[in-house]
Ligand binder design. Structure first.
Ligand code: BGC
Length: 385
């Protein structure tokens, strides 16, 4: 999970501020996040769901805008609140994987130019160090930044997220600043704790059409795979204790266009292809680092695909471990709850648990919840006789 998507009332963040605005001609999300899933108050109930899922770990993010509401102010009450959340997770036997930046920023930081500003390296480092001091003993792994390239593309190139820019230059600059900020934050965290530190990297896999294996498509796929993977990971690899992999989809390329099969697609139209996950995991072996799948999930409001999806993806993980010797240490399904899917609002449903927005945000486990709970209990795929 991530803070803005589930907590509710994240009022000091750039996202919240943007969701309330109504400037003619500016791009906005389908709906504002509002109370989200009220995870801020209902975390005990939600960790109970994790227990029922037989999970042994939970990933969520700490909201920078809450911890540091002003450039020189840290909010002790917010810090204490996250300590309570972390303790509640640990009490239920959940290892805690904590993201420090998951797409949202404090308003003051956005006003100073946000991630385009080179000074961000020190600013983010200070916040990261404070998190290490306050939470280090309660955290099993820190993830500095979630999906830096996705953030840079959505906010600075596609213009769909605040600050809604469409500038290739800014988008590159933000990618570089995030890589530098990660490296610096890594060192700052290590000044105070031994807790492993990684980053969550979204990787899309690009493959060529197996029936039309043309040279120009192979070159295009190779270039895109390089930009998604080594271009970003190489420069930060020395400052990673593990790689966090967020995997959602594969694109098939034919004549410089995406030609994805349409037989196995999510509600968002994303092609589900477990082979893509297997290939990426194999490709990441060269880094000689432990890997965690930090996100993998499917928008599936009717819960038709989710159990199959989980089964296929977990089999791909098992094959990577047992047949390819990939040092894969864990798998986090995205997501526990239906949550705020950014500019799409509450439409796409990624949850193992439905959140009834008409009835007090009631949590209603889907059928796939039972299936996943069984896999987690047995630590293997159970095949029915
Ligand atoms: C993000 C999540 C998001 C998910 C599904 C990932 O890129 O980290 O915040 O909900 O994809 O779109």
């Amino acid at each position: 999970m991530s803070a803005h998507q589930v907590e509710g009332n994240n009022i000091n963040s750039d996202w919240w501020q943007w969701e309330q605005e109504k400037v003619v001609g500016r791009q906005y999300p389908v709906e504002p996040s509002g109370v989200a899933c009220d995870f801020y108050h209902r975390y005990e109930e939600d960790f109970e769901l994790c227990r029922k899922l037989n999970n042994n770990a939970i990933r969520f993010s700490i909201e920078w805008a809450r911890i540091q509401p002003g450039s020189d102010t840290f909010d002790q009450a917010a810090i204490d609140h996250y300590k309570k959340i972390l303790t509640a997770a640990r009490k239920r036997g959940l290892k805690t994987f904590v993201t420090l930046h998951h797409f949202t920023n404090p308003v003051w930081f956005a006003r100073q130019g946000g991630w385009r500003n080179a000074n961000v390296i020190n600013v983010f480092g200070r916040y990261a160090r404070r998190c290490a001091v306050e939470f280090g003993s309660l955290v099993d792994a820190f993830i500095t930044i979630n999906e830096p390239q996705v953030y840079a593309l959505m906010a600075f190139l596609a213009g769909l997220w605040p600050p809604n820019q469409k500038s290739p230059l800014s988008s590159f600059q933000v990618q570089f600043n995030m890589a530098a900020a990660h490296r610096h934050a890594y060192d700052r965290i290590k000044e105070v704790t031994e807790t492993p530190v990684g980053l969550a990297k979204n990787i899309v896999w690009y493959e060529t059409d197996p029936y039309r294996h043309r040279v120009h498509d192979r070159i295009a796929a190779g270039l895109l795979n390089f930009l998604e993977t080594d271009f970003y990971l190489r420069p930060i690899a020395k400052k990673l204790d593990f790689i966090g992999l967020n995997f959602y989809f594969t694109h098939r390329i034919r004549n410089f266009r995406f030609h994805d099969p349409t037989d196995y697609v999510s509600d968002l139209g994303w092609w589900v292809h477990p082979g893509g996950l297997g290939t990426i995991l194999k490709n990441l072996k060269k880094y000689h680092l432990p890997i965690y799948v930090t996100e993998n999930g499917v928008a599936d409001g009717h819960d038709i695909l989710r159990a199959h999806f989980i089964r296929d993806m977990v089999i791909a993980c098992g094959a990577a471990i047992h047949e390819e010797n990939v040092d894969l240490r864990g798998y986090f399904h995205w997501s526990l709850l239906d949550n705020y899917e950014w500019h799409h609002g509450y439409g796409p449903k990624f949850g193992l648990v439905e959140v009834d927005r008409e009835r007090d945000l009631d949590r209603k486990p889907r059928r796939s919840f039972e299936y996943y709970a069984e896999i987690c209990r047995e630590n293997r795929i159970v095949v029915e006789e």
